[in-house]
Write a protein that binds this ligand. Sequence first.
Ligand code: GRF
Length: 217
Amino acid sequence: MNPMPLPKRYVILISGRGSNMDALLDAGLPGECVGVVSNRPEAAGLAIAAARGIATHALDHRAFASREAFDAALADLLEGLQPNLILLAGFMRILTEGFVLRFEGRLLNIHPSLLPSFTGVHTHARALAAGVRLHGCSVHFVTPALDGGPIVAQAAIAVAHDDDEARLAARVLAEEHQLYPRVARWFLEGRLRLDGERVVLDGEKPVPGALHAPRAD
Ligand code: GRF
């Protein structure tokens, strides 16, 4: 008799509020969250995870002499948790090339823009300043290029003429909470993988129609 396959193990990395983490934990993903790690001990998301009975780890990057030393400690912690998937969810640290290569193909990130536009921070203010009429969020595999890894999925929203940064951020965040669990599920189901620089998604379907913005008719 074949043994039952073990559930896939995933870890979530955060730095703050943890709303994407909460959305992932709410999604009933086909796997086990074996830990939430924050580089900031004061991150509000740690208390949320702990209240949900998940093992939490604070690894304060300020206690390390260099980026390499922090990443080495983070890699050791992660190796101990043996994750199949590592989800960066508002994890606001640039990771070293050595770290990324060690976990390549198992690292996903969510970024609040339609990449490759607006990498880095303050994406919503920059989208407003640029006058784009479509904005959104992207989930991508993490490679050494900042916010530059192969894109798995994107969600787009229309920018309203009277949007401000807070309103736009809230609407994008609501889409992040839908998009990230969907992608995580694909990965944990074994349908999503990185093949070199190429994203492979089994069962991908065409998406009909297009989003036109603005509309005045
Ligand atoms: C999200 O917008 C995420 O895309 C960005 O930082 C924000 C984190 O929010 N990288 P939360 O901690 O998930 O609530």
